[in-house]
Design a protein around this ligand. Structure first.
Ligand SMILES: Cc1ncc(COP(=O)(O)O)c(C=O)c1O
Length: 434
């Protein structure tokens, strides 16, 4: 019997992430990478970390090298609760769980709520690794298109009504596409979603935020259909322009919102620390799931973060990061405007924060083929299809602006524009434009 046949159904559903695969190409020397959503190393507080680690290791704090409680270190939870309070969200100790960063929080939510065949409502497009985690637990997706104000909540409501009444999909919101056909699962009627997964602030991959009125509308729809809402907000504090919109949790009066926070983008992803804030009963179940996953989050990472937050240096660090990334975002948009050919349908988003821009290519173009051409010129990005839960059109791609240097942005965008121009000319020659 082959090993392959012994793999669990969950493992057989898994595939390698397009992001991780493209990042391998992007890591080749000399390649300018707009691929992974990595923070820039200049934002890492290296000196403060050196001094915090020194004092943690001076012998009086050996607990930081010990196992810890699954819920998380009490001092870090207290810091996190104070941080949430400063943002208008009240949470008590039993409503907060420290996790091994947001990806684990997503996986724990999936473990706690999903059985094979269950449905999750997601933005279209959405975060590729969240889709992978939900898929690994057998989820199917109700995809909701987005516009410049984020998820189209009216369409979400229409789809939920359709699902409730057992009417067949019109073909739009369920996406269809090659991936869906391959899995052969979309033909069965979808059940009501177990939850709505949304990234309301500077979404991965589009950079778009959910407007304030849509946030209220989303909670009304969740109430009408009695659904939970999972808000994933790792980019929330990376805002460079515009007004802050309330967290869904701060608008929620019914404890329907599960909020996933992370220190990855505002401190350092290498520490692997984030937290979940939710109703105490849900947190209790997440704790049980985490016990089976990794017993506890790294005590050393938690001790570092607790000391750092206690020292009060985070606001200044955030001011530094937002200044740096705001400049890079402006530069990337200006360079795109200056260099990209004027092609029908070519457009890109105008985020007010975060680390990503989303590009729509002219109809008929293919982002994966463009990547091959672009890599030959030394520039990497992520083709968009993997972000579409039920399959995409091949005509989208994601650019990260936080990690590349300003010189890389100045040099890389013209190269990408050149690859795009060549691909377009070839498409025109082949009569493939629409
Ligand atoms: C929307 C979103 N959620 C979660 C994560 C996972 O981040 P981490 O596990 O480092 O907190 C990412 C990472 O890019 C993300 O973009």
């Amino acid at each position: 019997m082959s090993v392959r046949a012994r793999y669990s159904a969950a493992v057989q559903r898994m595939g390698r992430s397009a992001i991780r695969e493209s990042m391998k190409l992007a890591e080749k020397p000399g390649v300018i990478s707009f691929s992974g959503g990595w923070p820039h190393p200049d934002t890492f507080p290296v000196e403060e970390l050196r001094s915090i680690c020194g004092s943690l290791l001076d012998g009086r704090h050996s607990s930081c090298l010990q196992y810890g409680s699954t819920e998380g270190a009490a001092n870090l939870r207290a810091e996190v609760i104070a941080f949430l309070k400063s943002m208008g969200v009240t949470a008590s100790e039993n409503e907060v769980l420290i996790t091994t960063a947001s990806q684990q929080s997503i996986d724990l939510v999936a473990r706690v709520f999903l059985d094979p065949g269950d449905c999750v409502a997601v933005e279209d497009p959405s975060f590729i690794s969240a889709l992978a985690a939900f898929r690994a637990h057998g989820a199917r997706f109700l995809t909701v298109p987005m516009d410049g104000d984020g998820m189209d909540v009216s369409l979400l409501r229409e789809e939920l009504l359709r699902v409730r009444e057992g009417r067949p999909a019109a073909g739009g919101a369920l996406g269809g596409g090659a991936m869906a056909a391959e899995r052969g699962a979309q033909s069965a009627p979808l059940p009501m979603p177990k939850f709505i997964y949304t990234i309301p602030d500077f979404q991965n991959p589009t950079g778009i935020s959910l407007s304030v009125s849509r946030r209220r509308q989303l909670l009304e729809v969740a109430r009408e259909f009695d659904l939970l809402v999972v808000e994933d907000v790792p980019y929330r504090w990376l805002r460079y322009s515009g007004e802050e919109a309330p967290l869904l949790a701060s608008l929620d009066t019914e404890r329907r919102v599960i909020s996933l926070y992370s220190f990855s983008k505002i401190f350092a992803p290498g520490l692997r620390v984030g937290w979940v804030a939710a109703d105490a009963g849900i947190v209790d179940k997440l704790v049980q799931a985490k016990q089976a996953a990794d017993l506890c989050t790294s005590a050393f990472s938690q001790a570092i973060l607790a000391a750092y937050l206690r020292g009060g240096a985070l606001p200044a660090r955030l001011a530094f990061s937002t200044e740096l990334y705001g400049r890079k975002l402006r530069l990337m948009r200006e360079t795109l405007e200056a260099c990209m050919p004027a092609l029908p349908g070519l457009s890109w988003t105008a985020p007010q924060g975060g680390v990503f821009l989303w590009v729509r290519l002219p109809a008929g173009m293919n982002a994966e083929a463009l990547l091959v051409r672009s890599l030959r010129k030394g520039v990497a990005f992520i083709p968009g299809d993997g972000f579409h839960a039920n399959g995409g059109s091949g005509e989208t791609l994601r650019l990260c602006f936080s990690f590349p240097s300003e010189d890389d942005i100045r040099a890389g965008i013209p190269l990408l524009a050149g690859a795009l121009r060549e691909a377009w000319d070839e498409l025109v020659m082949a009569g493939g434009t629409q």
